[in-house]
Design a protein around this ligand. Structure first.
Ligand code: 13P
Ligand code: SF4
Length: 352
């Protein structure tokens, strides 16, 4: 199997978790009511990722919006009749919504909500690398900028990476994969495809520790271990289920185990508790010596989404996602290829 490439990627500035002022029940209720009124006035709908605060997920569901993984978030924007999409998540999710729905206004609470994978893969460096490997089919993870997607043949999310790479591998095509080395390595191991791996990583999932997980498993022998494939090998190797956020939620609902050790962002617990209220959820251990992520299993960029800045975005109609039309049109091709593939294979669809 290949090792990640020795490319000098930028060092990632991981922000501190924002501290949102505590709201008492009355203030909280009033703020939610104002946002509901603004959503209706502005013909806007909320599309939230499972890692965002439970308040935002609840509000999305109460107002006809949607809470999902990155593949389903991409699909929902086009299905909704609303003229404004308010994406609560990270920037690449807002950009994907805009690429697929250029006629719609796409707002986000904070455009600084990026992602360490996106940051690790600047378009110029990536483009130069693609130029050196013209014979390779270029597969990029959805957690990338529009400009990087514009260089790709395929975009994939963690829900669909395995079948897409299996499909390309069966055609005998060499693959250039970016930016997540852990997900890429997992896909290589399962499919047997030989891939050139960009050396990016998710700063949140990289903090899950194999030795500490092993200890927790011994303390909870009845627990099933659920792991997002952005985690390192030593964590993935201990998993009962490896999958995207939607696939991990489904596992909690479907598996008979009374307890689950969950190695992904803890924001997902809100949906897991909602859909499987009787199950005990245990956060997989993070950090320890050499930790680089201060957030401990909660993405600091996802945490930039809150009721307070959501209200401001709706009041001001900003910040809005803008993408150069030429990049947008080119980036649409590999995303559409993924969505067409998902439809043909019956992958995903609204289930939760
Ligand atoms: P999913 O596509 O599984 O929702 O993952 C997105 C993500 O950013 C995980 O860190
Ligand atoms: Fe990016 Fe990791 Fe945050 Fe997901 S959890 S948005 S991969 S930094």
């Amino acid at each position: 199997m290949s090792s990640p490439l020795a490319i000098a990627i930028p060092s990632i500035q991981v922000p501190k978790h924002p501290v949102w002022p505590h709201l008492g029940p009355e203030e909280h209720g009033a703020l939610k009511a104002r946002i509901k009124a603004l959503l209706a006035e502005r013909d806007a709908v909320l599309v939230a990722h499972y890692y965002t605060d439970g308040d935002l997920q609840e509000l999305a569901e109460e107002t006809g919006g949607y809470v999902a993984d990155s593949l389903e978030m991409a699909r929902f924007g086009s299905e909704s009749p609303a003229s404004t999409l308010v994406v609560c998540g990270v920037r690449f999710m807002g950009e994907t919504a805009k690429i697929l729905n250029p006629e719609k206004r796409v707002l986000m609470p904070d455009l600084a909500a990026t992602c360490s994978l996106d940051e690790s893969c600047p378009a110029d460096l990536f483009g130069a690398f693609c130029d050196q490997h013209p014979d390779h089919v270029v597969v990029v993870y959805a957690n990338t900028s529009a400009a990087v997607k514009a260089r790709a043949d395929w975009v994939v999310t963690s829900s669909i990476a395995l079948p897409v790479v299996e499909h390309l591998h069966a055609q005998g095509r060499p693959i250039l994969w970016a930016p997540d080395k852990h997900l890429g390595h997992y896909v290589e191991r399962v499919t047997g495809a030989e891939m050139l791996l960009w050396p990016g990583a998710c700063v949140v999932h990289e903090e899950f520790k194999g030795f500490a997980l092993d200890r927790v498993r011994r303390l909870h022998p009845q627990a099933a271990v659920l792991v997002h494939p952005e985690s390192p090998d030593e964590v993935v190797d201990q998993a009962d289920v490896v999958g995207s956020t939607t696939q991990l939620i489904k596992a909690v609902m479907d598996m008979p185990n009374p307890e689950f050790i969950v190695a992904t962002d803890e924001g997902i617990f809100w949906k897991m508790h909602q859909l499987a209220p009787g199950k005990k959820l245990i956060a997989a251990p993070t950090a320890g010596t050499g930790a680089t992520c201060e957030s401990c299993a909660h993405c600091p960029w996802m945490a930039m989404n809150a009721l307070q800045n959501l209200e401001q975005a709706l009041i001001h109609g900003a910040p809005e996602i803008q993408i150069d039309p030429a990049i947008r049109e080119r980036a649409r091709l590999p995303i559409q290829r993924m969505l067409d593939f998902a439809r043909q294979r019956g992958i995903g669809g609204r289930k939760t």
